[in-house]
Design a protein around this ligand. Structure first.
Ligand code: GRF
Length: 216
């Protein structure tokens, strides 16, 4: 069974979707540890509710960012974590963690990368006027949302959308594709070739993930 480590900064609805996917048997994995940089993150409550170990670790308590991420890597390694999942972790991860987990850190971003990286991907898409947006799960490298793309799902952008309504539509897809990407990883169905991630899955399965029927 795949051992997962999670990092989250806030509400943790993606964290919850992973917990639920494990509970339902969809994902054959265990969550060994949650690390949060925010003592007020609701993700902590979710960890407590599900008897998942958590650590509150703030970068400001460390001498440098490298020292922080070295320690994060150490805590995950101590628990034999094989995959690190960034579920709304609002910081750019630095080298010591990336080198400890090369192509073994996944992030979810609320836009179709490479469009609209960084903060507020949903608002950026709305302001730009695109008619399709969505979400992206990618491996993490040293850039901001630049690592190899694993899977994406598309949603329409309507003229009367607000940042909230679009975010909500995208979030529903986040909760589908993140567990799916982790499942692919856990089953050894992902292969990274340069920037491209080759997925060993039938097209019919991928079609449903990438272009889901949208109900609102
Ligand atoms: C999500 O929109 C995710 O795409 C972004 O941060 C948000 C986290 O939401 N990276 P939650 O904490 O998982 O509810």
């Amino acid at each position: 069974m795949l051992k997962i480590g999670v990092m989250a900064s806030g509400r943790g609805s993606n964290f919850q979707s992973i917990i639920d996917s494990i509970k339902s048997g969809y994902l054959k994995a265990t969550i060994e540890l949650l690390i949060t940089d925010n003592p007020d993150a609701y993700a902590i409550q979710r960890a407590k509710d599900n008897s998942i170990e958590f650590l509150v670790m703030k970068p400001s308590d460390f001498s440098s960012k490298d020292a922080y991420y070295s320690r994060v890597a150490e805590e995950f390694k101590k628990r034999s974590v094989e995959l690190v999942v960034l579920a709304g972790f609002m910081r750019v991860v630095k080298k010591p963690l990336i080198e400890a987990y090369p192509m073994r850190i996944m992030n979810i971003h609320p836009a179709l990368l490479p469009s609209f990286p960084g903060l507020h991907g949903q608002k950026q898409a709305l302001d730009y006027g695109v008619k399709i947006s969505g979400c992206t799960v990618h491996f993490v490298d040293e850039g901001v949302d630049t690592g190899p793309i694993i899977i994406q799902a598309a949603v329409p952008v309507y003229h009367d959308d607000t940042e909230d309504s679009l975010s909500e539509r995208i979030l529903r897809q986040e909760h589908r594709i993140f567990p799916y990407a982790i499942k692919l990883f856990s089953e050894g169905r992902l292969k990274v070739e340069g920037r491209r991630v080759i997925i060993d899955a039938p097209r019919s399965e991928l079609d449903l993930i990438i272009n889901p029927p949208i109900g609102n």
